[in-house]
Design a binder for this molecule. Structure first.
Ligand code: RB5
Length: 149
């Protein structure tokens, strides 16, 4: 399952991602926003982050879009267990999975075209988390979350 969310600045890119997923027959859940009316990105980042956290299928992930992807990334990473990565090319999409085991990718509706976004998503989906030396680092991230500082 792919959980989708955006603010107004990411709305159009989210809609084009949705269309592409529909054409491919990929299951998704759109958690809003549903128009170009101005909204606050943290509300949508939280909705998607909660769903990703609850979903125990390791193939499920989230896609969050705001103007730059930055606000969505910052907010989603406040949720324990979420590793949200702002991706801006195919390489960052690939290593977000391979090295960081990201469970959410974020993108900028004002910086990324629909064609680019679909390439980034494809690259993320086909990549595999490498584990090994990266596992220790991911465990350190989890330990920091537990410190509550
Ligand atoms: C909205 O104008 C914009 O600030 C927001 O979409 C996002 O880019 C924040 O990081």
């Amino acid at each position: 399952m792919i959980y989708l969310g955006s603010d107004h600045a990411g709305f159009e890119l989210k809609e084009s991602i949705k269309d592409a997923l529909e054409k491919k027959g990929v299951k998704y859940l759109d958690l809003g926003t549903d128009s170009l009316k101005s909204v606050d990105y943290p509300d949508y980042a939280l909705k998607v982050a909660k769903k990703v956290k609850e979903d125990k299928d390791k193939n499920s992930f989230g896609i969050l879009v705001c103007g730059t992807g930055i606000g969505m990334e910052i907010t989603a990473n406040k949720v324990d267990g979420i590793r949200a990565a702002l991706v801006h090319d195919e390489y960052t999409s690939q290593v977000a999975k391979e090295h960081n085991n990201a469970n959410i990718i974020t993108m900028g509706g004002r910086t990324t075209t629909p064609t680019e976004a679909l390439r980034f998503i494809d690259r993320f989906v086909s990549a595999k988390y490498e584990g090994g030396r990266h596992e220790n680092r991911i465990n350190k991230i989890s330990s920091i979350e537990k410190l509550n500082i």
